[in-house]
Design a protein around this ligand. Structure first.
Ligand code: FAD
Ligand code: NAD
Ligand code: NAD
Length: 503
């Protein structure tokens, strides 16, 4: 089994046959004060919080990946835009031009596992390529896949989520399966990179965050490297679960503008091998697509398989381990990140699959593991960038099944600045500023209207979520509005707080 592992530098990858580090588990301590299951962002945020509140803490992170803790967001975005940096060194350029590694810490930050137990000042060790197969909550003990047992004082479950797969691909022949990918990790990135280098066509299935971002990123890469991207999904537009219909369909046009061949209303009904080494996807509308390989981005499922043996409760509706507002599942057992179904005292029970939530909840869990007893209070945010015309940030409950009110900046032909307001799905647009805009039904001729604006997500006449559409550095205003618990009579006045013309 060839796996990607890290060499002496955390920014360079080398192929090797190493499957776990340390290769021999004899140096893994039998007991640790802080045990973190999963080596993702939530664990990273937790060990930071633990170390800043308990400087001499000894923390052991168990990761079933070989790479040290890293951030996933650049993998569907920036890493594809500078191939020299991205494809070779796991580095990427941020939007402000600064170069950065995807790894959270340099290799020498971590303590070699054999030194952890004896170290006077404590430290953070990561064992890589080890899976926790059993958790015994009463005895405060975990079992690893090689039979090693470790007891803990405090434990964090941060096992994240795994990509879902379509049954039609799961049951396909091995020759077809070789060309069907999911996309979650640096290892997946390496595998997809290899495919991309020898392909002319890729099909991406799914219209969510991952499918839409990756379609834009690979299309951009493809303009320089002769790769064509098709994106297909059953809904009528991109990000349909997140954006109201009119905005989702407008976003689809902008994604087409960057070269992605977006095929909405398309469901795969059959898959075949074509010409011996290509994939033919047959769609419900009778059309078919030929691709050299396929990436499925159809959502993810929380990794809760440790629940059953540990007798932990899973939320039946949202998935994930049930925890209270302090992120506690049982005594001395905390949960954070994608896999936590937590109680938000302000917005109710939630599970959130976003980077900043992993940071916020991981930090909170870490603080509570050292005994600070804090409730979930600071709302996390999320962001996405799609092609060249769309970037957005959001906070709270963002779900297109909620009622939405959108207020968009509008510059008319006389250069007058106005805002237009779009109420929910009825697509009724009217001026909120000076009456220059007539009430209109439909949005066909108003495509320029959606370049910049604020979307309010409503429940029982209260704002429960705010999405900032091409409006940046205003998330703290949104956070304040959301936490105010006020009922606002005039959302136009609320929108004005964002000063969207001043950007
Ligand atoms: P994960 O990052 O999934 O980490 C969990 C880790 O635990 C994994 O390494 C897993 O292999 C390991 N693990 C699981 N079970 C075990 C076990 N039993 N034993 C040992 N280890 C185990 N969010 C945004 O807000 N903005 C973005 O732009 C964005 N971009 C993304 C791009 C990509 C390609 C992906 C995949 C996700 C993106 N996300 C983004 C989502 C965000 O990355 C996740 O919400 C975040 O990583 C969740 O962190 P986590 O620590 O809960 O879980
Ligand atoms: P998602 O839940 O956002 O999207 C899943 C999409 O899959 C659905 O919207 C639907 O269009 C499609 N789908 C479902 N069943 C299908 C079927 N039978 N046929 C065709 N299409 C089908 O999940 P994702 O986009 O796969 O992202 C994976 C994870 O990574 C999520 O947790 C996501 O939040 C996270 N992520 C977040 C960001 C971000 O926050 N910017 C970016 C990338 C990934
Ligand atoms: P920030 O420091 O306020 O970051 C917000 C949260 O996102 C933090 O938790 C941070 O750790 C995390 N984060 C940000 N970028 C990340 C990345 N690439 N990978 C992993 N985690 C990341 O904001 P920032 O880091 O200065 O910039 C990111 C923000 O900038 C995003 O919200 C994005 O939408 C926005 N953006 C702004 C412009 C602009 O022109 N002003 C253009 C593109 C994107």
């Amino acid at each position: 089994d060839t796996k990607v592992s890290q060499s002496s530098s955390s920014t360079e990858f080398k192929k090797s046959i190493i499957t776990r580090i340390p290769e021999d588990s004899k140096n893994i301590p039998k007991h640790v004060p802080y045990l973190l299951i999963g080596g993702g962002t939530a664990s990273f945020a937790a060990f930071r919080a633990i170390k800043s509140n308990d400087a001499r803490a000894k923390v052991l992170v168990i990761s079933d990946e070989l790479a040290m803790p890293y951030m996933r967001p650049p993998l569907s975005k920036e890493i594809w835009s500078d191939t020299d940096l991205g494809l070779e060194k796991a580095r990427f350029k941020q939007w402000n031009g600064a170069e950065r590694s995807i790894f959270y810490e340099p290799e020498d930050f971590y303590m070699p596992i054999e030194k952890l137990e004896e170290s006077k000042n404590g430290g953070v060790s990561v064992i890589q390529g080890y899976t926790v197969t059993k958790l015994n909550v009463n005895e405060q003990k975990v079992l690893l896949d090689d039979g090693t047992e470790i007891t803990y004082d405090k434990c964090l479950l941060a096992t994240g989520s795994s990509p879902k797969t379509l049954r039609i691909f799961d049951s396909a022949s091995p020759k077809i399966k070789e060309k069907i990918f999911t996309y979650k990790s640096v290892k997946d990135f390496e595998l997809v990179k290899k495919q991309v280098e020898k392909s002319k066509n890729v099909a991406i299935v799914g219209n969510g965050f991952l499918g839409s971002e990756l379609a834009c990123a690979l299309s951009h890469y493809g303009t320089l490297n002769d790769l064509k991207v098709v994106q297909l999904f059953p809904e009528s537009g991109n990000m349909a679960k997140v954006l109201p219909k009119y905005l989702s369909e407008w976003a689809t046009e902008r994604i087409r503008d960057v070269g992605v061949n977006v095929l909405p209303n398309s469901q795969i009904v059959n898959v075949e091998l074509f010409n011996g080494n290509q994939i033919k996807l047959i769609l419900n509308n009778g059309n078919s697509i030929i691709a050299d390989f396929v990436i499925q981005a159809i959502g993810s499922q929380p990794n809760t398989n440790l629940a059953e043996k540990a007798a932990l409760e899973i939320d039946q509706k949202l998935g994930g381990f049930l925890v209270n507002a302090e992120l506690e599942a049982r005594s001395n057992l905390y949960v954070a990140g994608d896999v936590a179904c937590f109680y938000d005292p302000h917005l109710g029970r939630r599970r959130v699959e976003h980077h900043d939530h992993a940071v916020v909840s991981g930090r909170l869990a870490g603080e509570n593991m050292v005994g600070l007893r804090k409730p979930y209070k600071h709302q996390s945010m999320f962001w996405s960038d799609l092609g060249t015309a769309i970037g957005y940030e959001a906070i709270g409950l963002i779900d297109s099944s909620l009622e939405t009110v959108g207020i968009f900046a509008q510059t008319n032909s006389n250069d007058n600045k106005n805002e237009i307001k779009i109420d929910g799905e009825n697509k009724e647009a009217h001026s909120v500023e000076s009456g220059n805009f007539k009430k209109e039904n439909g949005t066909d001729n108003k495509s320029e209207s959606y370049n910049k604006g604020i979307l309010f997500y409503m429940k029982n006449d209260r704002i429960v979520g705010i999405l900032l559409w091409n409006v940046f550095n205003r998330i703290s205003i949104a956070r304040k509005i959301l936490s105010s618990e006020e009922k606002f009579d005039d959302l136009n006045e609320v929108a004005k707080l964002f000063d969207i013309f001043e950007q």
